[in-house]
Design a protein around this ligand. Structure first.
Ligand code: ADP
Ligand code: ASP
Ligand code: MG
Length: 407
């Protein structure tokens, strides 16, 4: 007998019919003789609806109240799933993050998991009960406050539980039947991958492929949890995210193309060109818990320079507020921002041993008159910031260049 963690996303539990469908998938797993822990998201649209209500009151809302509010989406969906299982004659129980001891730090809206005590889970499993856990939510043991793990965080709940409870596998059920070479909603001929390494999946997810939250992949990589991405709507083979088959995958230069529209660019104009200025700015932003991504510092002229960087669009209000303070200290002339940008990226382990990949990417974009505003590279990825309106075109062009034509 093995322990299986199954996670179902918002669309999969988006209606009572869908919840009953999920209950049948879970019941089948239990019938096969496994111990089962289920993590579920809020019903689709619910988290956005709640955030919308909060923003109607104040766009500059309290992060604590945000967490307290949005966590209710999952608090409500899991008893419905547990009840569906009970009605089918299975022993099931729902749990909140607090009840399973999902302890996090105090970073509201994107808290990091520190520990899962899991006492109630162990107890329920020992009695053969199916445990249905609210995804996305935790609590800060120092304050007792509810926290959430960032958008898409139920994936991270599932992988963290799988790691903590030493599950045999973590299955992530969603509205697509696996990880594709690009978002199948954008690229019609995107190809489903049978396997992908944790390392590549982490880059794809970090660069915007929302099929898995990047933190869930990071946990999977660090704790050696294999993640199987499957459809909750069709019974088909999915994609295995693993670190076991990297040799085979090394041959592929580009495994996937992805995009991220949740990006904004900020430029601090006319800061002094002297040691400590950049440190001052970015330490200030880090203290405000803002994740800065790409950074460009221009060549200095007459002792002054401009610094541009990108942040998640959802952090723009907070970032601008923090920037005003740090920019003043750095003696900056002005701060400007651009919300109409996106980031497109190509990812592949094979890039480690191939040259010219970035050059081909730039050429493919320029052939389609897409201007590149910023560039960043790592060993296995190249990303370009472009105008947001060209996002889908860029993804298709890059998929054609690096993936479709290679098949
Ligand atoms: P869930 O609600 O189940 O967590 P999400 O909406 O968060 O589901 O993630 C699934 C979506 O991710 C798919 O509907 C798909 O449009 C999108 N997606 C983006 N990139 C990819 C990719 N490379 N492969 C598969 N799906 C992707
Ligand atoms: N309900 C949360 C969200 O919409 C968490 C999740 O779905 O994973 O982001
Ligand atoms: Mg998701």
């Amino acid at each position: 007998m093995s322990l299986i963690v199954m996670k179902f996303g918002g669309t999969s539990v988006g209606s009572i019919d869908r919840i009953k469908n999920v209950a049948r998938i879970v019941a089948r797993k239990k019938d096969e003789g496994h111990d089962v822990i289920v993590a579920a998201s809020a019903m689709s649209g619910e988290t956005d609806r709640l955030i919308g209500l909060l923003k109607e009151i104040s766009p500059d809302y309290s992060p604590r109240e945000y967490d307290q509010l949005v966590s209710t989406g999952e608090t409500a969906s899991v008893p419905l799933l547990a009840q569906a299982l009970l009605t089918m004659g299975y022993d099931a129980k729902s749990f909140t993050g607090l009840q399973i001891g999902m302890q996090t730090d105090g970073t509201h809206t994107k808290a990091r998991i520190k520990n899962i005590t899991g006492e109630k889970l162990k107890d329920a499993l020992s009695k053969g009960t199916i445990c249905v856990v609210a995804g996305f939510q935790g609590y800060n043991p120092d304050t007792g406050d509810v926290t959430t793990l960032g958008r898409g965080g139920s994936d991270t709940t599932a992988v963290a539980i799988a790691a903590a409870m030493k599950a045999d596998v973590c299955e992530i059920y969603t509205d697509v039947d696996g990880v594709y070479t690009a978002d199948p909603r954008i690229v019609k001929d995107a190809k489903k991958l049978d396997t992908i390494s944790h390392e590549e999946m982490l880059e794809l997810a970090s660069m915007g492929a929302k099929v898995l939250q990047s933190r869930s992949v990071e946990l999977g990589m660090n704790f050696n949890v294999d993640i199987m991405v499957l459809s909750s709507l069709e019974d088909k083979p999915g994609t295995l995210v693993t670190s076991k088959e990297e040799k085979e995958m090394e041959r592929i230069v580009v495994s996937g193309v992805t995009s991220d529209k949740n990006q904004a660019k900020i430029t601090i104009l006319g800061v002094s060109d002297k040691p400590g200025v950049a440190a001052g700015i970015f330490i200030g932003l880090a203290e405000a818990n803002i994740n800065v991504d790409m950074i460009i510092q221009n060549v200095a002229q007459e002792g002054q320079t401009d610094i541009s960087f990108t942040v998640p669009k959802t952090d723009l209000v907070k970032t601008m507020a923090a920037c005003r303070t740090v920019a003043e200290k750095a003696g900056a002339k002005d701060i400007v921002y651009d919300e109409n940008i996106s980031k497109v990226s190509i990812v592949g382990i094979g890039m480690k041993s191939h040259s010219g990949v970035a050059a081909n990417m730039f050429r493919a974009l320029s052939d389609n008159n897409i201007n590149i505003k910023m560039i960043s590279t790592s060993e296995i990825k190249v990303s370009c910031v472009i105008e947001e309106k060209f996002t889908e075109l860029a993804v298709r062009v890059l998929h054609d260049t690096f993936i479709s034509e290679k098949r």
